[in-house]
Design a protein. Structure first.
Length: 165
């Protein structure tokens, strides 16, 4: 027994030793919640992408023409003869170009400028302007060149060049 400060007897009780603090960090569910949320988000993104791909595709249909058994009649859209660009004049129709004319010099330059060049292989033509800053790749179809162009800052456009002479 022990005596309290007031002088009364107090029964002795056992005191358990203090527990040592744990050296292991407390387990948290936060990382599991974050990982689960990431998996759910990834699944939603994948499903949305697949849905977009499925609905964006044009269906392939096999349409039967009423003239399927008849001899086909061709209406040539493209010229059968290959036009040599050397020594010819052409005008660009692109909307942002105001009356741009091209003279394809026999030496491979455009408008006699060494910075602007052209190359022709059959009906295919490649034009490069300003030492390759802009590149036009086109197909000659009679008196016009249908081209797709791209410049060094990845701006792309399409247009036609029409023969002037």
């Amino acid at each position: 027994m022990r005596i309290s400060p007031r002088g009364t007897a107090v029964p002795r009780t056992e005191v358990l030793p203090a527990t040592k603090p744990s050296t292991q960090p407390a387990k948290s569910i936060v990382p599991w919640v974050i990982a689960g949320a990431a998996i759910v988000v990834a699944g939603v993104v994948i499903m949305a992408s697949l849905g977009i791909l499925m609905f964006a595709r044009k269906p392939v249909t096999a349409a039967v023409s009423p003239n399927a058994n008849k001899t086909p009649v061709s209406t040539p859209k493209e010229s059968a003869t290959i036009v040599n660009l050397a020594g010819t004049h052409w005008n660009d129709t692109y909307e942002n170009i105001v009356s741009k004319s091209y003279y394809f010099s026999p030496d491979g330059t455009i408008n006699n400028s060494s910075k602007d060049t052209w190359k022709q292989d059959g009906r295919t033509v490649i034009l490069e302007f300003n030492d390759g800053y802009a590149r036009y790749e086109g197909t000659i179809n009679g008196n016009q060149i249908d081209y797709k162009a791209k410049n060094k800052v990845n701006f792309e456009w399409t247009a036609k060049i029409i023969r002037a002479d």
